[in-house]
Design a protein around this ligand. Sequence first.
Ligand code: ZN
Ligand code: MN
Length: 274
Amino acid sequence: MHDSVLMAEISWVEYERRLKEEDAIVLVPVGAVEQHGPHLPLGTDAILAGEMSRRAAARVGGIVAPTLSYGYKSQPRTGGGDHFPGSTGLDGDNLSRLLCDVLSELGRTGAAKLAVIDGHYENQFFLTEGCEQAVRRLRAQGIDTVQILKMRYPEKVKPETLEYIEQFYPNGYPGLDLEHGGILETSMMLYLFPHLVNMDRVPLDPPANFPPYDLYPHTAAEWVPPSGVLTPAIRSSGEIGKLLVDEFVDLVAGALEAAFRSPRVDRARLIAQP
Ligand code: ZN
Ligand code: MN
């Protein structure tokens, strides 16, 4: 029990000890309930954000708070849209306020280093707003020692990893913009949770072809392949998944180290010097 990095699995006494003695970073993974094609589960973004956070936390002395499993509404060009049964989105202001509540409560009860780990593209600026609101609320309570890191772990992929993936697309890789339920997420799920992937159901649709704009109300049913997958995933594998998971865990752990563990420059002192 004491060894768990999951906040939900340790007592308040152990939680407080790790904050005080180990200066633990508290990670808050955020996902979505969103279709990911017929071969992946609806919770893919939340499951992956939680697992990246768990692995990164184990490396840097962190504690993972329960995942915020719901996210902002799936958009046609990035997540297939919200017309699929099960795609269940929050209004943006609710997501911001939910995150603000969680971060300010974590800060109020002693966590000074917080990290929001986002696994769902559409969340990003609503989470930004949640961080901004939390800082403001904590300051109003007289707490100005809390720092919040926020990152979207699939934001960047190393050129050499991309090159490796591109070799599986003789007709050209459709690109990261269309990665939804595609080779990246499918491979990571195959590596981490193979029992949740049904490779027999991977669709053979060609990549989606979107105009450079959005329309409201959505016309996603015309734009998005019926499977909900935006790019072919058929060549997904656990080997590719391991490459990506290792890279993303490095990215998250490296960010946490850089922001919270390296010796901080004393800005006030630097400015004071002649
Ligand atoms: Zn996803
Ligand atoms: Mn998503």
